[in-house]
Design a protein around this ligand. Structure first.
Ligand code: GLN
Length: 537
């Protein structure tokens, strides 16, 4: 049995306090102290995974190498830790119940009443320990989604209580993230909400070992003393988490507060070394000291919600920092774009990203945007649906194939330049049935893509049902839109480029999922560099 240590991260008082960032920052510090660490997210909703959720509901759906559709926090985990996650790193209540109900139907519990305790809680405990049991990790951090006190969170909190008991206090600890609100009128920080949320946890039999306090103002010794006294937590285990300029500052802030030191002490972990954040801090330095700025447009239909395109925004920032460029991102709603206003809306941009998406809302705006940057020689990166829109635009406006479309948008289109994949035709269920996860792609020598990646075979993550229709390959290539990346087994087109355009690349996959702080994605780096070149000219 591997001697894995478990850290549970719970949240109190309010949602959106940034549990994912705290978990990722703590993991970063522990990883930089020499431990192997992974992070898992437990989500208390009934969907089996977030793949069936609208981005307005839940932000972006993050896709792992093994093709799991997961919570966007897994993106933060990968970006911070620079190691891939998998299906085991994200479990929902729906998945837990599905497993238990399948077992019940199979007769595994024959004769017994199936109940939340012990059957659901046992399944939660099993899922929490799966990662530890691989023997790959010294430490597993499990973030419990939602806020303590929610009805939905109860089985998770109960499982944490049991696991703390099963594993022993030196092997499992709870970090509770809470909010210390500031009352401007009274000029005071208030601890009462935190006291109540700790009380709530304690009513479920869990006492937090560490409190991380989100705050707009420094909390000071008095407040720490008060919290320690009323919440039964050591004073050194009250950690301030002040609002930061960027999420990438949080590991340093947590290091200053000594979060990792208290964690290691409580878990009986010894290390002489201080976390080494040299490469991380180099990134931060470049991020904060740009030499130039570039203006990048992001055309999508979920623009109102920052989280809907989280990984794309982060990938652009990573790429910018590594080029010492500040990337100013201009969200542009695809539904607001038309032929008349496109010039006014896109004028002054040095590069344009057209975002992924599903369904026909806003697609004409995307096509108009692609035409604009194609004709003006502005760098373009089309991602998934964005690539498909580029193909449609080229077919319509260069090949003059009137009303060329994707069969996703127009089933009976005369020119289905984008069509449903063969193996998707019989699929009727929506959950987890797309072409998902990492697939190899072979790059054409001499192409822009080949020069950017510097290798012939790459692997990128996918999430789609439709594809470039190879019946139109020759026609499009002869007209100048080249396919430069193919799936070596199926021949599916994964990349298109325009040869006589300064930088025009559409990819069927999602490069954004693989960009991390320490390994920014080559495609995004080349794209921002092209944008900066465009600016100079
Ligand atoms: N809706 C398109 C498809 O299913 C694109 C999906 C995406 O952008 N992720 O092929």
């Amino acid at each position: 049995m591997p001697n894995t240590k478990y850290i549970f991260v719970t949240g109190g008082v309010s949602s959106s306090l940034g549990k994912g960032i705290i978990a990722a920052s703590l993991a970063k510090l522990l990883q930089s102290s020499g431990f192997s660490v992974t992070i898992q997210k437990l989500d208390p909703y009934i969907n089996v995974d977030p793949g069936t959720l609208n981005p307005y509901e839940h932000g972006e759906c993050f896709v792992t190498n093994d093709g799991a559709e997961t919570d966007l926090d897994l993106g933060h985990y990968e970006r911070f830790l620079n190691i891939p996650t998998s299906q085991a790193n994200n479990v929902t209540t729906g998945r837990i119940y599905q497993t238990v109900i399948n077992k019940e139907r199979r007769g595994d519990y024959l004769g017994k009443t199936v109940q939340i305790i012990p059957h659901i809680t046992n399944e939660i405990k099993r899922r929490i320990q799966i990662l530890g049991e691989t023997g790959d990790y010294d430490i597993v951090i499990t973030e419990i989604g939602g806020t303590v006190g929610d009805i939905e969170s109860l089985p998770y909190v109960e499982s944490v209580r049991q696991l703390k008991w099963d594993l022993g206090r030196e092997n499992a600890i709870v970090v509770h993230l809470t909010l210390i609100p500031y009352l401007a009128a009274a000029k005071e920080l208030k601890t009462k909400p935190t006291q109540h949320s700790v009380k709530e946890l304690m009513e479920s039999g869990v006492s937090p070992d560490i409190l991380v306090c989100r705050t707009e103002h420094h909390i000071g010794e008095d407040i720490k003393r008060k919290l320690a006294l009323f919440c039964n937590v050591d004073k050194e285990a009250i950690i301030e988490s002040i609002d930061a300029e960027t999420i990438y500052d949080v590991p340093n802030l947590m290091m200053k507060e000594g979060l990792h030191t208290v964690v290691m002490k409580k878990l009986g972990l010894k290390t002489e070394e201080k976390p080494i954040l040299t490469a991380w801090n180099k990134f931060l330095y470049n991020y904060k000291n740009p030499k130039e700025t570039v203006e990048i447009g992001l055309v999508g239909k979920y623009i109102e919600l920052q989280d809907a395109y989280k990984s794309i925004l982060e990938a652009l920032e990573h790429a910018g920092a590594h080029n010492q460029l500040r990337v100013n991102i201009h969200p542009i709603h695809s539904e607001d774009l038309n032929r008349k206003n496109v010039d006014e809306k896109l004028k002054g941009l040095h590069g344009l990203v057209v975002a992924p998406g599903f369904g026909d809302r806003g697609i004409e705006g995307k096509i108009i945007a692609v035409r604009y940057v194609r004709e003006k020689g502005i760098p373009f990166l089309g991602i998934c649906l964005g690539m498909q829109m580029a193909v449609i635009e080229y077919a319509r406006n260069v090949l003059n194939l009137e009303n060329a479309n994707s069969t996703e948008m127009s089933r009976g289109t005369k020119h289905p330049v984008i069509d449903i994949m063969e193996d998707q035709k019989m699929v009727t269920e929506k959950g987890g049935t797309m072409r998902l996860g990492a697939w190899d792609c072979r790059l054409e020598k001499g192409s822009k893509a080949y020069a950017i990646y510097g290798q012939e075979i790459i692997s990128e993550r996918h999430r789609h049902r439709y594809e470039f229709n190879n019946d139109y390959l020759k026609l499009l290539e002869d007209a100048g839109l080249k396919a430069t990346g193919f799936n070596p087994k199926t021949g599916l087109v994964e990349i298109v480029e325009i040869e006589d355009h300064p930088w025009f690349v559409g990819v069927q996959y999602h490069p954004e999922y693989k960009s991390t702080v320490l390994n920014p994605h080559p495609l995004f780096m080349a794209f921002v560099k092209a944008a900066s070149l465009h600016k100079e000219q």
